[in-house]
Design a protein around this ligand. Structure first.
Ligand code: PMP
Length: 435
């Protein structure tokens, strides 16, 4: 019996009965995917889809070198880090080469949530403070501490509102934010200073700041110049720790740099990594400075059953190797710039596209009416029509009107052209021209 023999309805019904109700399914008619290959996914009916969504399958779905690395190590040994094993040193050396020399200590975990959970605990342990600053509509994971700094969740459906020790900075959105069209990040960063001043009044101090260099769930928002630099200065003046969440943006995706924080010319104290690190295998990492690592090591052992196991490290190493040998960062830059330019051309032809933004292969465009009102239904329509045209796209942003493009980095010029051709077809449809 294979996956192909199980009808999609049977799977759906089973999920409804026996899996948590909080799980969602993409698309009105759920996709039943059985195979991945490079930038493509295939469903149980043999239909092939171009994947512009999956920034986890970073070097391409089921890359043979990644599969092979996992299989080889799995056949020999998989244990925890209490035994010595060369795979963790080999992977660490390769990863450290990609980081600024100051970020020289690694902790291995299994998901982005766990990475941020640990980063937040580090900031709180080191400073002895509880207060954390984060960005509006940010998402940092599904653990308690991560949800508490994710306004995307606590201000969304089922959320309990902002927790006491969280301080939220307004979304620094140059298109629709409260200081729209500002080219400098100073006004947005000044809220950080205000929060810190307010904390002084109530005799509290900041433990740290967590932010994504491009705010993904916020709708692919690239904060204006100087934003992070100024926030980091405010936070550090008070002894706080600066955390960059690179779970979505890391590993060459933004094209110009290996890490997206480098676009902003800042040096975080802690960097968290996840999704693409293992190309789909649960591998995540917390990198930090020597000072942070030493101050965190207060005697309590940090043990993680699966974190840093030989199989995960072998896979992580293969991913880094592929990024280099296949020059995927350069590809992200070149194809990303080409795609962004093509989207900007579409924007001229179809004014429903209000804004095109992002870096490398981490792009987004926003759908709006003539008065810049968000058009979430049009975004949903577009994503569903594109699926019918065999291209997978996702929607996000606080108004649900942003289409996000973050494909595997093996996305080619040809793939980008196909995307543009099919987008043009849908933009010409009646529905997209009535708003
Ligand atoms: N940080 C960011 C920016 C994310 O986008 C996500 C997942 N969407 C996480 C953290 C959590 O990662 P995971 O789902 O692997 O726990």
């Amino acid at each position: 019996k294979t996956e192909l023999d199980t009808p999609s309805d049977t799977i759906l019904n089973f999920r409804k009965k026996h899996l948590g109700k909080g799980l969602s399914v993409s698309y009105k008619k759920a996709l039943h995917i059985v195979r991945g290959d490079g930038v493509f996914l295939m469903d149980n009916e043999g239909q092939k889809y171009l994947d512009t969504v999956n920034n986890v399958a970073h070097v391409g779905h089921e890359h043979p070198k990644v599969v092979n690395a996992g299989q080889q190590q799995m056949a020999v040994l998989n244990t925890n880090t209490r035994y010595l094993h060369d795979s963790i040193t080999a992977y660490s050396q390769a990863l450290l080469k990609k980081l600024p020399p100051e970020l020289c200590v690694l902790h291995f975990v299994n998901s982005g949530s766990e990475a941020n959970e640990l980063a937040l605990r580090m900031a709180r342990t080191i400073t002895g403070q509880k207060e954390i600053m984060a960005i509006e509509v940010g998402y940092h994971g599904n653990t308690n501490a991560a949800i508490d700094v994710s306004s995307y969740k606590f201000d969304g459906k089922g959320g309990q509102g902002k927790p006491e020790h969280t301080h939220i900075l307004p979304l620094p959105d140059p298109y629709r934010g409260r200081h729209a069209w500002e080219t400098s990040g100073s006004k947005y960063a000044s809220y950080a200073e205000r929060h810190i001043e307010h904390l002084k009044i109530i005799d509290e101090k900041i433990a740290g700041f967590i932010g994504e260099p491009i705010i993904s769930c916020g709708g692919q928002i690239v904060p204006p110049a100087g934003y992070f630099k100024e926030i980091y200065e405010y936070v550090r003046k008070e002894g706080g720790i600066c955390i960059a969440d690179e779970v979505q943006t890391g590993f060459g995706r933004v094209g110009s740099h290996f890490w997206a924080f480098e676009m902003h010319d800042v040096l975080p104290d802690i960097v968290t990594m996840g999704k693409p690190a293992g190309n789909g295998h649960p591998l995540a990492v917390v990198a930090c400075t020597r000072e942070v690592a030493d101050a965190f090591a207060n005697g309590m052992e940090y043990f993680n059953t699966f974190g840093g196991n030989p199989v995960s490290c072998a896979i992580g190493n293969a991913v880094l190797d592929i990024i280099d040998t296949e020059e995927l960062q350069r590809n992200a830059l070149e194809v990303g710039e080409f795609l962004k330019a093509e989207l900007k051309k579409l924007q001229i032809e179809f004014p429903i596209i209000g804004d095109v933004r992002g870096a490398g292969l981490f792009l987004g465009f926003e759908l709006v009416d003539n008065n810049k009102n968000p058009l979430p239904l049009h975004a949903t329509y577009l994503a569903n029509r594109m699926k019918q045209k065999h291209i997978l796209m996702s929607t996000d942003g606080p108004e649900h009107n942003v289409l996000k493009i973050k494909p595997p980095l093996v996305f080619s010029h040809e793939n980008a052209s196909t995307l543009i051709v099919r987008l043009t077809q849908v933009f010409k449809e009646d529905y997209m021209n009535h708003y």
